[in-house]
Design a protein around this ligand. Structure first.
Ligand code: NAP
Length: 513
């Protein structure tokens, strides 16, 4: 089909985080026009919303970046191993300024719907304020962990003080000095937040349902020598990321399985790697930790031993120790003093799984089956509707008016995380079943793929790209087959967002590749 109608833009994308910024660069290089909308008042995506104290990358900063400009890679210097949100945000401004991306971005603009027009083959995009725009290619650049999950707890709206999701920490800041804070949830967000807020708050209480395997981050400042080493070797670092199963600049596979290693040697290798920090503990020790249950158990036991060493109260240490599920069935957080925070007098843990489930939020605090805990501030660090949430938050209709949200009710299928059958000329950057990895690596790979696809269409005169259901079925089956070979497949037991198992209203499914 050849369309004769002009559109406002070749490409419209939603989301001005890493995905939107990178997309502008590549689409502009391809000679096409693009507009990126974002409802936020600034660029940054995750790094403009998540302003909670302690928010930082869990990837090492020097490969948590876009790689299209060698000049930027050489000019930008990270101040520490895991940059905080402020620094990552500054980096994104630096990229936007340097590459003159601003003219393609419209902030403070929430998109309400995007409709594929069967008659013209174009997309009609509407904003909440009533503006409309048309484009040939509609791209979701909304991020895979961006739509907050608000827990279904009775009385939540009745609390007298500030009560908000962690990803909506007040943008203007919040004075929590001397205040009593309740945090519901104990995932990666709480693991980062707790040690920082505990320093100034009067009291912090964490309501934990499932304990996590928390591994040391081992923060350290950048030094001139380290910076030089990185910059002298950037090509190899990027190459490593692109070839690593989790998109990280790690030295793995290591060519060694725990199953074939004598127990003494296993402990020696674990002890040697533990103080180095990062997910390297999992990926640079043995190659079978995610695939062999016994090997995984050995790593899990090692981590449990470390929790005992660091938490003074043995009962508390036991409550903080994961049980009954394998390492990486939930995405493990990285630690900047989480366990040590529980040794402080002003920090406590409430086990809401077995000991005292939450009954309700009251005007003054949180009531469990056993106690009423009074607070000045409540933080809902309760996670996200990963991969599908942001696309489902607006109305996206494909061919014949089919809604994406309806299509994804029982199975959130895609082709490579990029296409959805029935949604012509729709592209997603890290949609469901895209590679689960260091995000800038997956994001940029998806962008390059999408841009190449669009370029090919433009050069060869194809107006419409129609993703086929058969290809989607094959990708869904392939993704599930690989996932089922790993222990991540047990994520449905423990509400893992990687399987959408943290959502009350739907069945678990494989969301990651
Ligand atoms: P999360 O890992 O999904 O943790 C949510 C927490 O809230 C869990 O402890 C969960 O308990 C609890 N929860 C959810 N609903 C609840 C309810 N109704 N009642 C009681 N507790 C409830 O969310 P997150 O900590 O925000 O992290 C999500 C992901 O974002 C991370 O895994 C990571 O990929 C990303 N993240 C990254 C960074 C970083 O890289 N720097 C930092 C923060 C987050 P259950 O475990 O029992 O479900």
């Amino acid at each position: 089909m050849t369309s004769q109608h002009a559109t406002d833009y070749d490409v419209i994308a939603v989301g001005a985080g890493f995905a939107g910024l990178g997309l502008i660069h590549y689409i502009r290089e391809a000679g096409l026009s693009i507009k990126v909308f974002d409802k936020a008042s600034d660029i940054g995506g995750t790094w403009t919303w998540n302003r909670y104290p302690g928010a930082a990358t869990d990837s090492e900063g020097y490969y948590y970046c876009l790689t299209f400009s060698k000049e930027i890679l050489q000019e930008w210097t990270w101040s520490e191993r895991y940059p905080g949100w402020e620094e990552t945000h500054r980096y994104m401004h630096f990229v936007a300024d340097k590459c003159d991306l601003w003219p393609h971005i419209q902030l403070n603009t929430e998109i309400s719907s995007a409709d594929y027009q069967d008659s013209s083959g174009h997309w009609l995009v509407k904003t909440v304020s009533g503006e409309t725009f048309t484009c040939k290619y509609f791209v979701s650049a909304m991020g895979m962990i961006s739509q907050p999950v608000i827990p279904n707890i009775k009385g939540l709206e009745s609390f007298n003080g500030p009560c908000f999701h962690s990803a909506r920490w007040p943008q203007e800041g919040l004075d929590y000095k001397g205040k009593r804070i309740g945090i519901i949830g104990s995932g990666a967000t709480t693991v980062q937040m707790l040690p920082v807020v505990a320093k100034d708050a009067a009291q912090v209480t964490v309501f934990q349902r499932t304990p996590n395997f928390v591994m040391p981050a081992v923060q350290k400042p950048m030094t001139p020598e380290w910076d030089k080493e990185i910059k002298d070797n950037y090509d190899q670092i990027i190459e490593k990321c692109r070839n690593h199963v989790f998109g990280m600049a790690f030295d793995s596979p290591v060519g060694r399985d725990l199953a074939d290693t004598p127990p003494d040697e296993v402990q020696r290798i674990f002890e040697e790697h533990w103080p180095r920090g990062s997910f390297r503990f999992v990926f640079e020790t043995f190659d079978d930790l995610l695939s062999n249950a016994d090997s995984n158990k050995a790593a899990a036991d090692f981590i449990a031993g470390k929790i005992k060493e660091r938490v003074n109260d043995p009962e508390l240490a036991d409550l903080l120790t994961p049980k009954g599920y394998p390492l990486f069935a939930k995405r493990p957080p990285l630690d900047h003093g989480y366990y040590e925070a529980f040794n402080r007098d002003n920090v406590s843990l409430v086990d809401i799984n077995e000991q005292e489930p939450i009954v309700e939020v009251t005007a003054t605090g949180i009531r469990t089956t056993e106690n009423l805990y009074e607070f000045d501030i409540i933080v809902l660090a309760t996670g996200f509707q990963a991969y599908t949430g942001s696309q489902e938050a607006l109305t996206i209709r494909g061919a014949d008016g089919q809604r994406l949200k309806d299509k994804w009710r029982t199975e959130s299928g895609s082709i490579m995380g990029v296409f959805v059958a029935g949604f012509p000329n729709l592209f997603m950057i890290t949609g469901p079943q895209a590679p689960f990895a260091n995000l800038p690596t997956s994001i940029e790979q998806n962008i390059v793929y999408i841009t190449e696809c669009i370029k090919k269409m433009e050069q060869e005169g194809h107006d419409i790209c129609r993703p086929q259901q058969q290809a989607e079925d094959e990708w869904v089956a392939h993704t599930a087959e690989i996932h089922n070979q790993t222990l991540m497949a047990q994520g449905d037991k423990v509400h893992s967002w990687m399987m959408g198992a943290n959502l009350e209203d739907r069945n678990a499914r494989v969301l990651i590749y």
